[in-house]
Design a protein around this ligand. Sequence first.
Ligand code: FAD
Length: 405
Amino acid sequence: MDLHSGLPFWIVKNEFFDLYHPLQENYKTDVAIIGSGITGALVAHELCEAGISCTIFDKRTIATGSSAASTAQLQYEIDTPLSKLIHIVPEKIAVDAYFNCLEAITTIENVFKKTKLDADFTRVPTVFLASNKQGVELLEKEYEIRKDVGLPINFLDAKQLKEYQNIDGIAALQNDTSAQMDAYKAAINLLKYHQSKNQLKIYTHTKIEKIQESKNGYELLTEHNHTVSCKYVIIANGFEAGQFLPKKVMNLLSTYAIASAPVDKNMVWPHQSLIWETAEPYLYMRTTKDNRLIVGGEDEDFQDPVKRDHLLREKVKILERKFKNIYPNIDFVTEMAWCGTFSSTNDGLPYIGPWKKGEKKLFALGYGGNGITFSMVAAEILKNIILDKKDNRLETFGFDRPSKK
Ligand SMILES: Cc1cc2nc3c(=O)[nH]c(=O)nc-3n(C[C@H](O)[C@H](O)[C@H](O)COP(=O)(O)OP(=O)(O)OC[C@H]3O[C@@H](n4cnc5c(N)ncnc54)[C@H](O)[C@@H]3O)c2cc1C
């Protein structure tokens, strides 16, 4: 699968961590992790910290899948608004999912504080704009339910929105609990860190073709016919996980993003907020450390990379125009543009854990707009499964979570 194309900002900004190191013999490890993106890196981090021996296999150069294309906004707000999610899954699951995301942002922050690794992690507020009158109704419902359950949230009317965010809009929700990072840098630095401490082995350019059960766990077969024997296998291969799933659980979409040339510091919008909106598909915006502005959205309901790439120029123009509608006075000059594969699930929640209870083939699939916070949750849950510790979050994110539909 072609996960992205164009020029993702993060690949230009960072070094290429191309440890060209394909597996060239049969191999044995306690835990095999398939995928070296932000999910595989966070899983490896949690396992290494717990003293669990593990090895990562990736068919590409390290972390150059979706994580290199990600705009990496970390929010507790899931793509499915809480007021809608409670009608799709039981209310407890919906509310827990929101709180788990909220907590995951701090957990990610702590991972990088503790290891002293740079991931461009910065705390920023979120502003969720009403795109129209229906959007205001949605925000009112969201405000009530989030306030009721104790999630941090403020309602801004048009005047307050202008004062706080310098946007001429109708209304918005605001909270101070979000963050942004560089997911590519984060993954690379985490992997290098554990590799340098001899806690982690990494094999690149090693595609896992098959996973077979064996007497003591699993045997993985690589593209070049080497075998990997392991007790546990963790599938952290993102949007390509369909290969290992018995049934389709996600819809693949295409999405677009543009990054501006750096703007004068005084031109950056107030608070460097993450900004998104109620329209579907939604537009979203963030800033970078070097005062670039990133705008993304314009999702399309298909995954065909040729069709997706063909639309890139047109999508750049649309994203630029939509940005101008929000901030007419900021001079946005597009310097990089890219498109990528993205995915959604029916309830907006990810899939974490075994397909069947008790299996040692574990999935870490952070699907949806909160992919990275879900990756953090997955890393903790899977570590607990391996350590044989109960983790109630499996009831929220497991394959057998209940649905109301
Ligand atoms: C444009 C865009 C914007 C986004 N914005 C946000 C955002 O603001 N906030 C947010 O939280 N999320 C966002 N996401 C989603 C987020 O980026 C993803 O959820 C996250 O990067 C997924 O990480 P991953 O490690 O699971 O997958 P990946 O980074 O794709 O890593 C999976 C790895 O598995 C490897 N692999 C696949 N199959 C095999 C195999 N058979 N054998 C060996 N290796 C294999 C791949 O080569 C790849 O390196 C965005 C995504 C895109 C594309």
